[in-house]
Design a protein around this ligand. Structure first.
Ligand SMILES: C[S@@+](CC[C@H](N)C(=O)[O-])C[C@H]1O[C@@H](n2cnc3c(N)ncnc32)[C@H](O)[C@@H]1O
Length: 343
C-alpha cells in the first residue's frame, strides 16, 4: 500500500476514535431537565444511536410517558469495513421505533428492529426519511461531521439538542446560526458535562480518566457543550453588569481594525457603554438575546483578526447592549406622533 493510502487509513482511524465518545445517562439527565414540557406529543429521533447501548435511547425510553412523547426512534450506523479489494462488507444499519408499549427495553428492541438497506448514515436517504417524520433530534453526533450534521438539521427545520465540541461555536456556519438566533448554547458546558464512555481500544493519552461502578472507562475532555434550538429559562436572564466604562476607559482599549472596545471577561462588560464591544466566546454561555445583539465574530473591518496595538490576543465576539441602544430617529418620531393628543 502506498504512503497516501496508509496515511488516509490512519487519519480515518483517528477520526473514528474521536467519534467514539458515548454519553453518560447522568449528563443527559442533567441537561434534559431544563427542557421539561417541550417534548409533549413529539417524535424524538436519535440518529447516531445504537439503541442497545445509547443512553439517549435509554433516557427517552425510561421517561417516555412522563415526557408525553409520541414516538422514539433510534438509528444505528454500521460503519462498513472494507475487505482487501476495498469492497464494502455487508453490514446494514438499523433502527428501532418505540411508541410507549409496556415492555422491557430488550423486548422492544428485538420486536421493533428494522434494517436499513444501507449503513444508516445520518445523511442517507433512509435516515433522512425518518428525520422528516420527526420533530426533535437529540444526540451526541460524530464530532468529525458536526458542521454537516447541524446543516442537515437546519435544512430540514428540525429542533435539536445535541452535544458538540466547544470549538464548534467558532465555526463560521455555527456562529452564523447562533447570531441569527437559530441555535444557542444549552445549560451544561465544559466540566458541566462530566465525561464520556470510551471503548477498550481507546488510547487514554493523558486525558482525565476513571473507571465507573459498571467498569466503563470514562474520559473527561471538559471541552464539550450542548447546542440547541429548544428554549430554556437561562437564556432569558440578563447578565448582571456592574462595571462602568466612563471613568475606566483605559481598561477597555479600542481595537486597531474595528470601532469597538475590548472586554476581557464577560463579568467586566460595562453597563454604560452604548457602542460595540469585543467579548470572549464564553460570553455565549450567558447570552440573553433580549439584552445583547451579536454583531460579528473575530474579524475587524480589514477581515483580519481583531487586534490591539498590532496584537491579536484571543478570538472575540462583537456585541452591543440592546438595552442601551437608542431607538432610530424614525421610531422616536413615531412614538411622538402616537403620543400626541388627537386634535
Ligand atoms: C460521539 S459518538 C456518540 C454515540 C451516541 N450518540 C452517544 O451519545 O452515546 C457518535 C456516534 O455516531 C456514529 N456515527 C459515525 N458516523 C456516523 C454517520 N455518518 N451517521 C450516523 N452515525 C454515525 C458513531 O458510530 C458513534 O456511535
Amino acid at each position: 500500500m502506498g504512503r497516501a493510502g496508509s496515511n488516509s487509513l490512519l487519519h480515518a482511524a483517528k477520526k473514528s476514535k474521536n467519534d467514539e465518545f458515548y454519553t453518560q445517562l447522568s449528563d443527559i439527565e442533567r441537561e434534559l431537565e431544563h427542557y421539561e414540557g417541550q417534548f409533549e406529543g413529539k417524535v424524538v429521533y436519535c440518529n447516531c444511536d445504537d439503541p442497545h447501548v445509547s443512553n439517549f435511547f435509554e433516557y427517552f425510553f425510561q421517561n417516555f410517558k412522563r415526557l408525553g412523547l409520541k414516538q422514539l426512534i433510534s438509528a444505528c450506523y454500521q460503519e462498513r469495513s472494507r475487505d482487501l479489494h476495498d469492497t464494502a462488507m455487508n453490514a446494514s444499519g438499523f433502527f428501532v421505533t418505540y411508541s410507549g408499549e409496556n415492555k422491557e427495553k430488550d423486548e422492544v428492541i428485538s420486536e421493533n428492529i428494522a434494517y436499513f438497506e444501507g449503513d444508516g448514515d445520518f445523511r442517507s436517504e433512509e435516515s433522512i426519511e425518518l428525520l422528516k417524520g420527526s420533530d426533535v433530534v437529540v444526540t451526541n453526533p460524530p464530532f468529525s461531521l458536526f458542521r454537516e450534521y447541524v446543516d442537515q438539521l437546519v435544512q430540514h427545520q428540525k429542533d435539536f439538542l445535541i452535544i458538540g465540541n466547544v470549538n464548534a461555536i467558532t465555526y463560521k456556519e455555527i456562529f452564523k446560526l447562533i447570531k441569527d438566533d437559530g441555535a444557542w448554547l444549552g445549560i451544561n458546558l465544559g466540566r458541566g458535562i462530566s465525561g464520556f464512555i470510551v471503548p477498550e481500544h481507546y488510547g487514554l493519552y493523558g486525558t482525565e480518566v476513571r473507571i465507573d461502578e459498571k467498569e466503563n472507562r470514562i474520559v473527561s475532555p471538559n471541552n464539550c457543550l450542548w447546542l440547541t434550538s429548544l428554549d430554556h429559562a437561562h437564556r432569558h436572564h440578563d447578565i448582571d453588569l456592574t462595571k462602568t466604562y466612563y471613568g475606566c476607559e483605559r481598561e477597555y482599549p479600542q481595537y486597531d481594525n474595528y470601532d469597538a472596545i475590548n472586554v476581557n471577561k464577560t463579568k467586566d462588560i460595562p453597563k454604560d457603554f452604548q457602542g460595540i464591544m469585543g467579548v470572549p466566546i464564553t460570553f455565549l454561555h450567558k447570552y440573553n438575546p433580549d439584552q445583547f445583539e451579536l454583531i460579528k465574530f473575530r474579524k475587524g473591518d480589514d477581515d483580519r483578526d481583531l487586534s490591539i496595538n498590532g496584537k491579536c490576543p484571543y478570538f472575540r465576539i462583537l456585541v452591543r447592549n440592546r438595552r442601551l441602544v437608542s431607538p432610530p430617529p424614525s421610531a422616536v418620531s413615531n412614538v411622538e406622533v402616537l403620543d400626541e393628543e388627537p386634535a
